[in-house]
Design a protein around this ligand. Structure first.
Ligand SMILES: Nc1ncnc2c1ncn2[C@@H]1O[C@H](COP(=O)(O)OP(=O)(O)OP(=O)(O)O)[C@@H](O)[C@H]1O
Length: 287
């Protein structure tokens, strides 16, 4: 399959901080999860791919367009939907007005066609009924759906979502996941998240970043398999554990280097993620 996004050697420094360090990746259709601790470089990568900031080094294409040229950049922006970490709503706008404003920025000049498109994307995120409500009157989950609707204007082939499930309660998060899954059916979605459950439930592929670099790139099952044979139960905290916590049953669940004869248990994606960070030299806090 031809990749939607193809990036080679992306690097970006902020003063002495290497926010991106030689990042190469290919993204194909479906939802790819981007996991990493705070400061890993996730937002920076998304902003570079969304053409919001240029990389210092490296190159990438989106749907065959090179954003290194003015014309290519314009094409990329036309085919891209971006939900940033802080969507920058004007709280007095209604949901319709906000999405319409974004549609104007996306150069949908014909008023009638634009308004049809605004109604279409608001329906797609199940907000057709509240499109006339002011954003400040909407719940956090609804606001995130307004932001997703704005990102979906123009039916982009590449959708970039920066931590969209942050701050949502479990029910809202589940609802939002359904919408992301729907959005990923016909297009390429890159989803930055701190939630390993988002990845387990939604993603066909997962990329783990830390310190500006890619530490893992594979399927969720492969990330889980990183922890195969490295998770065990014990009655007390185990000194060989990189992380360990007392579970509801009273025993400890440990992740790390099990002692001989340890009571091994099945790993989760989160275990694989923690050990990937540990293997990369990122401190994993023991509970
Ligand atoms: N505009 C900026 N100016 C200076 N440093 C920055 C800027 N943006 C990011 N950084 C630094 O670059 C590094 C990567 O930050 P980035 O926001 O990309 O990480 P992140 O993985 O998205 O983190 P989080 O999960 O907390 O959002 C961090 O050390 C951060 O402090």
């Amino acid at each position: 399959m031809t990749p939607t996004v193809s990036a080679e050697g992306l690097s970006l420094h902020y003063g002495g901080t290497r926010a991106l360090d030689d990042v190469s990746l290919r993204l194909t259709r479906g939802v790819t999860g981007l996991l990493g601790p705070n400061g890993a470089g996730k937002t920076t990568l998304l902003r570079v791919l969304a053409t919001a900031v240029p990389a210092d080094r490296g190159a990438f294409t989106v749907l065959g367009n090179d954003p290194g040229t003015a014309r290519g950049r314009q094409e990329v922006r036309r085919r891209l939907g971006y939900l940033p970490q802080t969507p920058g709503f004007h709280p007095d706008f209604t949901a319709f007005e906000f999405v319409d404003y974004v549609a104007i920025l996306k150069e949908l000049t014909d008023r009638g066609a634009r308004h049809r498109e605004v109604r279409r994307v608001l329906d797609e995120v199940d907000l057709g009924d509240v499109r006339g409500k002011r954003i400040k009157k909407l719940s956090g989950g609804m606001r995130q759906r307004v932001a997703l609707a704005a990102a979906l204007v123009g039916d982009p082939g590449f959708l970039v979502l920066d931590e969209p499930t942050v701050g949502l309660d479990p029910e809202q998060r589940m609802r939002f996941r359904e919408l992301i899954a729907r959005a990923g059916e016909g297009r390429t979605v890159l989803l930055s998240t701190h939630q390993t459950e988002d990845v387990a439930m939604l993603c066909h592929r997962v990329v783990v970043m830390a310190g500006g670099r890619i530490r893992f790139d594979g399927t969720p099952a492969e990330l889980t398999a990183v922890a195969a044979g490295r998770v065990w139960n014990s009655t007390d905290r185990d000194p060989g554990a990189k992380a360990g916590w007392r579970t509801g049953t009273g025993s400890f669940r440990n992740v790390g280097h099990p002692p001989a004869g340890a009571d091994l248990t099945d790993p989760t994606l989160e275990d694989g993620y923690l050990l990937t960070l540990d293997d990369a030299g990122v401190e994993v806090a023991a509970a």
